[in-house]
Design a protein around this ligand. Structure first.
Ligand code: DAH
Length: 345
């Protein structure tokens, strides 16, 4: 009996000292102590040799011994179940899953390219608010009170004006940023103003209630119409290539005098005639002109000393000519099949 007790004590010590560094070592432990031919079973088998009067006492010792062996197994298994099992199955040498990278929006690609071309000519970027007051969007830009552009049909009003308070609206053009710049800067001024503008239009393939413009403003002594033409000519050549042809048509804008619209040879059909150029071979891309003396005076800039030119163009139109996008709605529908086509310019 004494011998059996000693054996139990020895096996208990062994169990207590057992460690497992892999799941298969846990399994080895289980087979050695708790398997059908394991030590626990063997020792339990000795019960039949124990004299009857000692059976009760021995039964308790053997039971405690069995529980100890089982507890240890649970302890060893636990180490591999708490996430360690997963880590042991992961092959860290495998390449990781690629995280798909988004693409830039085509309008941002085109806008960035426009900005970088003008930056090379020394233009700085200026920005203004999208919610504007009447003065910066209209008044300062020499749009008389009865000008049709102020019509409720075209302009989204946030708040109508009263006798004492200005009307607030969503800017209808980036020309409002010209006003913001002239308010805070003295000539020489050379800025471009990219931004979103809003007009109350029914949404269709050709019109949208919001779109994007890039405005330009250059004021200094001796700025001439020739400077305007050369600047814009440089721009379209950089944007569309040296082959592009340009033509200026006289036009009217309240904030410029004289005013002109600029057409370029159609980039879709190379001037042969197509739907985009309405079979004329030419596409209008911008409005421009020499800053009206009244606009300069509105900001205390002496029109006898300073002259300037300004222009404004639609980013969607430039993108349409570059990428042949024929439906304006595509730009804001967030359809990945459309957006993923534009990896870079
Ligand atoms: N603001 C005009 C528009 O929204 C575009 C424009 C025309 C801007 C002539 C100018 C300009 O700066 O000189 O259609």
């Amino acid at each position: 009996m004494e011998q059996l007790l000693q054996q139990i004590e020895a096996v208990k010590a062994e169990i207590a000292a057992s460690v497992a560094t892999t799941p298969s070592e846990v399994e080895q432990y289980r087979i050695k102590y708790l398997g059908t031919k394991g030590l626990v079973k063997q020792i339990m088998g000795e019960m039949k040799n124990v004299p009857n009067e000692q059976k009760k006492e021995f039964g308790q010792i053997l039971n405690a011994f069995k529980i100890l062996a089982e507890d240890k197994l649970v302890e060893l298994q636990a180490a591999f179940e708490q996430g360690d099992e997963a880590s042991s199955n992961i092959d860290f040498t495998l390449p990781g899953d690629a995280v798909p990278v988004g693409t830039r929006h085509p309008l941002n690609l085109v806008r960035n390219q426009m900005v970088s071309i003008f930056k090379r000519l020394g233009f700085a970027v200026a920005e203004g608010p999208e919610v504007e007051d009447d003065w910066h969007n209209f008044g300062a830009m020499n749009l008389p009170l009865d000008h049709p552009a102020r019509d409720m049909q075209d302009t989204f009003y946030v708040q109508e004006g009263t006798e004492t308070e200005s009307a607030w609206l969503l800017r209808t053009h980036t020309s409002s940023v010209q006003a913001r710049v002239m308010e805070t800067q003295k000539p020489p001024i050379r800025v471009i103003c990219p931004g979103r503008v809003y007009r109350n239009e029914t949404i269709s393939a050709r019109a949208h209630c919001f779109f994007h413009q890039v405005e330009g403003l250059y004021i200094d002594e001796n700025v001439s119409f020739a400077d305007l033409k050369q600047t814009l000519y440089f721009f379209v050549q950089e944007m569309f290539g040296k082959e592009v042809k340009v033509r200026f048509r006289p036009s009217y804008f309240p904030f410029t005098e004289p005013s002109a619209e600029m057409d370029i040879s159609c980039q879709i059909c190379s001037g042969k005639g197509c739907n985009i150029c309405k079979h004329t071979g030419w596409v209008e891309i911008l409005g421009s002109g020499m800053v009206h003396p009244k606009v300069l005076e509105n900001f205390g800039i002496d029109p006898e000393k300073y002259t300037g030119f300004a222009f404004g163009m639609g980013v969607e139109r430039i993108a349409q000519l570059k990428y042949q996008v024929n439906d304006l709605r595509l730009y804001s529908q967030n359809d990945l099949r459309f957006l993923q086509q534009f990896k870079s310019v």
